[in-house]
Design a protein around this ligand. Sequence first.
Ligand code: ATP
Ligand code: FE
Ligand code: MG
Length: 332
Amino acid sequence: IYILALESSCDETAAAVNKNGLKVLANVVSSQVDLHKKFGGVVPEIASRKHLELLLPVIDQALAEAGIDFEDLDAVASTSGPGLVGGLLVTLTAAKTISLALNIPLIGVNHIAGHIYANFIANPEIKKPLLCLTISGGHTDLLYFEDLRGYKILGRTVDDAAGEAFDKISRFLGLGYPGGPAIEKAARAGNEMAVDFPRADLGDSYNFSFSGLKTAVMNYVNNEEQRGNELKINDLAASFQKAVVDSLTANLLQAVEKYDVESVVLSGGVAANQRLRSYIEEKLEEHNLKLYYPPLELCTDNAAMIGAVAYYQYLERDFAPLSISADPSLKL
Ligand code: ATP
Ligand code: FE
Ligand code: MG
């Protein structure tokens, strides 16, 4: 089964060809990061116009790399949400057109399910049930996952997403966009014990909160500047990063103790963070659990992860009507 999958819910224009779900024949991603850098974040209007420009070449390249033609496709899939509506509409409209023209099924995929399935592409041996921490620019969700129909959202952020916190603090510290890699790089040369920033504790719930931490960093910096003290950016980055890592890990471990799972997986752009990975790995050792995460190119937005989910929906004949619309706040 050959599926062409399309993704442009944020600032990546992506097309992939998957064979039988987890075999990725092509995974083309055209990032707009440089385009949005000067604005310090994604500008939705610019993003959707750029998606429109890039999508057809990206699709052509994916088919060429996979060595197949449109006629070989069994289905076409697009992210249907969540994300920026202008971007979602670009791939969804393209997918509808391809579905209609080739008379093949259209599959609407949840972007967050995609981030989870990126793990199965990289590590098909992952055993379920599992706990998944989806941490990206727009999401911070802790999920208990048995299969596409049987999952439970245990907790999510009540304010900023983890990646959003990285991006905002990075911009505030003058480290640039995207924030995660910039903070991680600066943190490598810093002392993470330098400043004891607060870790939000939302009691028994598995929810997360990062806005208090954000305010604490800003207050700290403003105070230091008022006192005329020189800022130690590396120490600040490291201390902030460790506070985020601690908050994420605390809830995950709380869930590990409560739920009987076979594995723990990370997904979303923040899963690229090495400090987070190594700290969680260290903590999971005590529970004899292995941590899985996708390689970098599957951690951040891509279409191969959308194609993987689409295959399982294909098997269940979970097709979308041509009237399907983009849902910017689609829930799993
Ligand atoms: P969503 O998937 O929720 O729609 P998104 O598409 O913006 O949001 P991703 O592309 O999955 O999210 O990830 C981007 C986010 O990951 C950014 O906030 C970025 O700062 C963060 N990120 C990337 N690399 C790292 C890193 N090494 N450490 C921490 N954060 C990182
Ligand atoms: Fe994403
Ligand atoms: Mg992105």
